[in-house]
Design a protein around this ligand. Structure first.
Ligand code: NAP
Length: 303
């Protein structure tokens, strides 16, 4: 069974290179003809691990290729996911499985609505990768990818292919709880690092602001997520702030580099859920307004 990987960016490249070097059939699906031409000119995808850079000449195509797709790893940003899947919908087989690597929540429902017959497997990853050149991915942080599918909880047979490829993973019966918990961590840390213009560790200077946000986010999790997701949220946020003190959050990096953020699938999703549950989470809404104003000032999309 061929692995189609849409999005040869950081995570997509990291997955595609490891699957391909394990001898599994992989096809990259690139944005358009011009990206395909650039890719072919480079001769493949480069993965940098430590001091070692290896080129993987993985075959690539665009969405308008005719071959059917049974297994798709969707590795674009959350705001691109719905359109990207729509472009591939005619090629999906009746029993197609999609693995959705997007951070936050909201894009998964948009995708599922576009391809209602496909099995959508949700993923939450703590692996870290970034691009330091065109079709060149640096593996920056070991981690694990949790996978799960609430409507069909049986694990798929291809997990052993991930094992064979050295992709650390775990099948999870509580993937929604994990995604909500990660969303809450992201909402407690990332926007504040943007607004205070600091590394994660810099938030140690704002303990009151962090604690208030954690209280509100825990309240939200108690209404929206499985019970365990809200437990000890503040302790974990403080632990993450300490453990990643020297890092810039992904949202900070997006803003610093003038890139669109995934705010719509993080803070906006949290605020919309609070509204649906009639929870008056004033600090969370205030954070959303401040972040939107900050993005607008820099000419970046505010959602
Ligand atoms: P990225 O490096 O920006 O890569 C996204 C890729 O998707 C780009 O190569 C982009 O193409 C491609 N793309 C977008 N629309 C497309 C389309 N219609 N057809 C084909 N390709 C398309 O993003 P990323 O960092 O891998 O992030 C992907 C998701 O994983 C995000 O939700 C992110 O939050 C999450 N995540 C990332 C990490 C990490 O360490 N990077 C860790 C955990 C979670 P172009 O190259 O043409 O722009």
């Amino acid at each position: 069974m061929t692995w189609h990987v849409l999005g040869a960016g950081s995570l997509g490249g990291l997955w595609a290179a490891r699957l391909a070097r394990a001898g599994l059939p992989v096809r990259l699906v690139l944005r358009d003809r011009s990206r395909l031409t650039s890719y072919r000119r480079l001769g493949g995808l480069t993965l940098v691990e430590g001091q070692q850079a290896n080129l993987y000449p993985i075959p690539a195509q665009t969405a308008d290729d005719a071959t059917p797709i049974s297994r798709l790893l969707l590795a674009c940003k959350a705001y691109d996911a719905e359109d990207a899947v729509a472009s591939l919908a005619p090629r999906l087989t009746a029993d197609a499985e999609l693995i959705l690597l997007q951070n936050g929540l909201g894009s998964q429902d948009q995708v599922a609505a576009r391809v209602p017959r496909a099995r959508c497997i949700l993923a939450s990853s703590t692996e870290g990768a970034f691009r330091d050149g065109d079709f060149r991915v640096v593996f920056a942080g070991q981690g694990c990818t949790w996978l799960g599918c609430p409507p069909q909880p049986a694990a798929p047979h291809w997990l052993d292919e991930l094992q064979a490829s050295g992709i650390p993973h775990q099948w999870s019966a509580d993937i929604l709880g994990r995604l909500w918990r990660k969303l809450a961590l992201n909402c407690a840390i990332n926007p504040l690092t943007v607004l205070h213009d600091c590394r994660n560790g810099g938030l140690a200077a704002y303990p009151g602001e962090v604690a208030t946000l954690c209280d509100e986010l825990a309240e939200l999790l108690r209404h929206c997520a499985p019970a365990a997701a809200a437990e000890n949220l503040q302790e974990e946020v403080e632990r993450v702030i300490q453990a990643t003190a020297a890092n810039y959050s992904s949202m900070y990096q997006d803003v610093a580099q003038g890139r669109r953020t995934e705010i719509a699938y993080l803070l906006d999703h949290a605020c919309a859920a609070a509204q649906r549950h009639k929870l008056p989470l004033a600090h969370l809404h205030n954070l959303q307004q401040r972040l939107r104003a900050h993005l607008a000032e820099r000419g970046l999309p505010t959602r």
